[in-house]
Design a protein around this ligand. Structure first.
Ligand SMILES: [Zn+2]
Length: 261
């Protein structure tokens, strides 16, 4: 297949998106590298949605193996995937997909290889189930000036929905996840509906496409905290300023200055 035929085949695969994103926007997705930190219920769905949008290069890190409780949410997983790393299961699901490369890392976000991958990406989607992993991803994003989205579900026993934070490097005034985070925000809920986590993954993935292509992105660029209520079906968007004493964006910014950048 010649390079020209191969490019035409790629665009044909995403024909339905072209009236919205235009060929230039779709090509931006193909050239983009997105990193997904944590591939549980939300992150696993995000990785699949990124592939479906036409992103050319997705990397993902998660140190955990597929357990019985994950089989329900991973709709395409099989019984013999039990005990295998979640990122390797994703790798199998996505293998052979044309115009697409997936790099699995069986590692936490707080590891040198993950941090290198995070730093090289064009956009980070953080969906980890520990506060430490989320803060590690946010620190790298601030330091390396990468857009980052943190996606978290509420405990479904209290309410259905979740929140998404967005930090864009050009919006230095906005609160990072570290400015906003407290343990209760991402504490593992006992009640999680798979349809809710799929919905949150879908909304965050749409935001990622908007940011990467610049299409329909003016609203999202002015806000950094989104509450998604899946009982009243509303999204509340806020624009919150950063905390001057934040140990994540404050320390990273000070580090950059010390490094002479
Ligand atoms: Zn901060």
């Amino acid at each position: 297949m010649t390079a020209r035929t191969e490019k035409a085949e790629y665009l044909a695969s995403y024909a339905a998106q072209l009236p919205v994103l235009h060929p230039a926007g779709q090509r931006r997705l193909r050239c983009a590298h997105v990193h997904v930190s944590g591939t549980g219920r939300i992150g696993g769905s995000v990785a699949l949605a990124m592939a479906a949008s036409g992103i050319g290069h997705v990397s993902a890190n998660d140190p955990q193996d597929m357990e019985a409780e994950n089989l329900g949410a991973f709709a395409l997983a099989r019984r013999d995937d039990l005990g295998k790393p979640k990122v390797d299961v994703l790798s199998r699901l996505l293998s052979g997909r044309p115009h697409f490369e997936f790099v699995p890392l069986v590692l936490p976000a707080e590891s040198a290889a993950s941090e290198e991958c995070l730093g090289k990406s064009d956009l980070i989607l953080s969906c980890a189930n520990t506060l430490e992993a989320r803060l590690a991803a946010e620190r790298i994003a601030v330091l390396c000036r990468k857009p980052i989205l943190q996606v978290a579900a509420f405990d479904g026993r209290s309410r259905l929905g979740g929140l998404i934070t967005v930090r864009l490097p050009q919006n230095g005034w906005t609160a990072c996840f570290g400015c906003l985070a407290n343990k209760s925000v991402i504490e593992r809920g006992e009640g999680l509906l798979s349809t809710v986590t799929w919905s949150l993954a879908g909304i965050a993935s749409t935001m990622a496409v908007q940011i990467l292509t610049g299409q329909h992105s003016s609203f999202i660029r002015k806000h950094n905290l989104f509450f998604i209520d899946l009982e009243t079906y509303g999204i509340e968007a806020l624009a919150l300023q950063r905390r001057s004493d934040c140990t994540v964006c404050g320390a990273a910014r000070r580090g950059r200055r010390k490094g002479g950048q």
